[in-house]
Design a protein around this ligand. Structure first.
Ligand code: NA7
Length: 551
């Protein structure tokens, strides 16, 4: 006989970053549902709560790094920087939480440890590290794509007697680098942002680089008030719509030019202009085939290599800093402030781990093949177990005893990055298989929030209790995600998109590389087709028990 357990709330949402806050607002204010949010931190913010390392900043321009659900919020909020810095994004999210009275449904300092689908009850049983248990009809993950830090298991790591920090778990009261000998391991986004700032504060900085990077000057500055007041605020509706239909979730026009169709002089002048303007405009504003064609890409990659050669004075450092093993953009495209210039400082040294690998961490520092580097502080800018790591920290079980860890052991499988077959009523906001990390995140997050909200509203209207991705639709989507990725330059590098940064992680391209606009259109077509690929209905157990009771 079917159980009669009741839901404590309509939905449990995990995480109180952009995704969790937006989902809570949508479900509570627009659908009138009861919602319980669990958040590990002691405040809202997600990524921007944890990543407080020096120089932490978003690569999207501030005017488009925001929620769009409230016109008043869009008009009232004024960013101060062209690229929003971590403290300001955190203030923004705190403001959103206060303005819309979101905190009352968020339980802080609480981690979801397990979530089991109870088939007889059609409920998710959600358990926390505090031993609490909540039953909910829907379970929605807003856990972020890059939220489980990767601190490499280097021999002797725990023997280090100095201080060590991962950039994604930075102390709230900061780190005093003054006069200290500091090691930074890693030159991804977090390393490239923090290295110039730490170099200014530290006595001495040694950077341990595994892969040399392309990075483009951000040309960060204060926000252009005229641009904001005259071009952005009166036109937010159109700008946001353009962002939603774009490739990367930003409202810009890509150049129509092809890199190999212009003369060398013209091409160089265009790159120079892009370099002066800075940021990702260097890529999308110059030629449309840089990210699609290896020969075109080579011209841009070589332009940046020449900039490194011009900027860095020591030829030994140039040889280490010039990237030669992957094309521009095949790892995450980086933007920086004074990154290469920093290597001209007297107090900065660089160790190339390709030729001089780390052997171990000692009580006093880092030992490589060539010698010992004594330091007071080690900064691990070594990235994240992206996209799947945070799911695997929870024991997620679907119907028929399915375990997410097992079902994703060869790489994540989902339908649209939104749902997983065998996990009814579980939704992922920007899960693997959606554009997520290849886009301006708030735009992708909001699309999922709206889509999930619309589906739940549809289910309520139609008196349907359960929704589950079909196996066939999921398999087709996974194939499509792989096919699209295989046609891109992303396959030419060892990146965290492919899980290559985590030893033993399956090498599968996790986000959807088809673009935000194309993805959105796909999601809309599926809805127009009666939620094609999803099974919507009433729980089998409930129907069976009604039959048995003559209902
Ligand atoms: P990333 O981009 O994953 O960068 C991590 C860096 O750490 C990268 O240079 C790695 O080298 C390096 N790394 C990782 N493991 C090791 C070990 N074991 N030894 C030496 N070096 C290592 O993380 P970030 O935090 O910088 O950025 C994450 C995202 O946050 C970013 O893309 C934005 O979306 C925001 P590798 O390149 O793998 O050789």
């Amino acid at each position: 006989m079917a159980s009669t357990k009741k839901a404590d709330v309509d939905a449990v949402v995990i995480g109180a970053g952009f995704a969790g806050l937006g989902m809570l607002y949508r479900l509570r204010e627009q659908l009138g549902l009861s919602v319980q949010v669990f958040e590990t931190g002691d405040d809202v913010g997600g990524t921007w709560y944890w990543n407080r390392y020096p120089g932490a900043r978003c690569d999207s321009e501030s005017y488009i790094y925001c929620f769009s659900f409230s016109d008043e919020l869009l008009q009232d909020w004024n960013w101060s920087g062209k690229y929003p810095e971590q403290p300001e994004i955190l203030s923004y999210l705190q403001h959103v939480a206060d303005r819309f009275d979101l905190r009352r449904n968020i339980q802080f300092e609480t981690r979801v440890t397990a979530a089991h689908y109870l088939e007889d009850d059609n409920l998710w049983r959600v358990e926390t590290n505090l031993g609490e248990v909540v039953h909910a009809r829907f379970l929605i993950s807003g856990i972020g794509c890059i939220s489980t830090g990767n601190v490499p298991d280097i021999p002797g790591r725990d023997s280090f007697k100095g201080d060590s920090f991962h950039t994604g778990a930075w102390p709230h009261d900061g780190v005093d680098f003054a006069g200290k000998r500091v090691a930074v391991i890693g030159t991804g986004s977090s390393g490239v942002q923090s290295i110039p700032v730490i170099a200014e504060q530290a006595g001495h900085l040694t950077v341990f680089q595994r892969t040399a990077q392309y990075t483009i000057p951000a040309r960060h500055g204060t926000v252009d008030r005229r641009f904001l007041d005259e071009e952005v605020k009166p036109n937010y509706t159109e700008l946001l719509e353009k962002a939603r239909r774009s490739a990367g979730g930003i409202p810009v026009d890509f150049s129509e030019r092809l890199a190999l169709e212009v003369s060398d002089e013209e091409r160089n002048a265009i790159y120079e202009a892009g370099w002066r303007e800075g940021g990702h405009r260097f890529i999308f504003g110059s030629f449309r085939d840089i990210m699609a064609n290896l020969d075109a890409n080579h011209t841009a990659s070589e332009f940046i290599r020449n900039k490194i050669r011009e900027t860095v004075k020591d030829p030994n450092l140039v040889a280490k800093l010039v990237p030669t093993d992957h094309p521009l953009g095949s790892k995450r495209a980086l933007i920086d402030t004074n990154y290469f210039e920093t290597y001209n400082r007297d107090n900065v040294a660089l160790v190339d781990l390709k030729t001089d690998p780390i052997e171990c961490i000692t009580e006093t520092g880092i030992r490589t093949a060539s010698g010992e580097f004594d330091v007071d502080i080690i900064v691990f800018a070594t990235g994240f177990d992206a996209m799947t790591g945070s799911f695997f920290k929870m024991d997620i079980q679907g119907r028929d005893g399915a375990r997410l860890k097992d079902d994703w052991s060869e790489g994540p499988k989902s339908y649209l990055g939104l749902q997983v077959h065998k996990y009814p009523n579980l939704f992922m906001i920007t899960g693997p298989g959606s554009p997520s990390v290849l886009s301006n995140m708030p735009v992708s997050i909001e699309q999922h929030i709206e889509w999930i909200g619309d589906l739940i509203a549809h289910m309520r209207d139609e008196e349907l209790d359960v929704v589950e991705a079909q196996a066939g639709a999921q398999a087709e989507w996974v194939t499509h995600v792989n096919d699209v990725a295989s046609q891109t330059l992303y396959m030419h590098a060892n990146s965290w998109y492919l899980g290559a940064n985590i030893p033993g992680k399956p090498r599968v391209f996790m986000p959807y590389a088809g673009g935000v606009g194309a993805y959105r259109a796909h999601c809309e077509a599926i809805v127009d087709d009666g939620y094609r690929g999803f099974t919507l209905g009433r729980p089998a157990a409930q129907v069976a028990s009604e039959h048995a009771a003559g209902g």
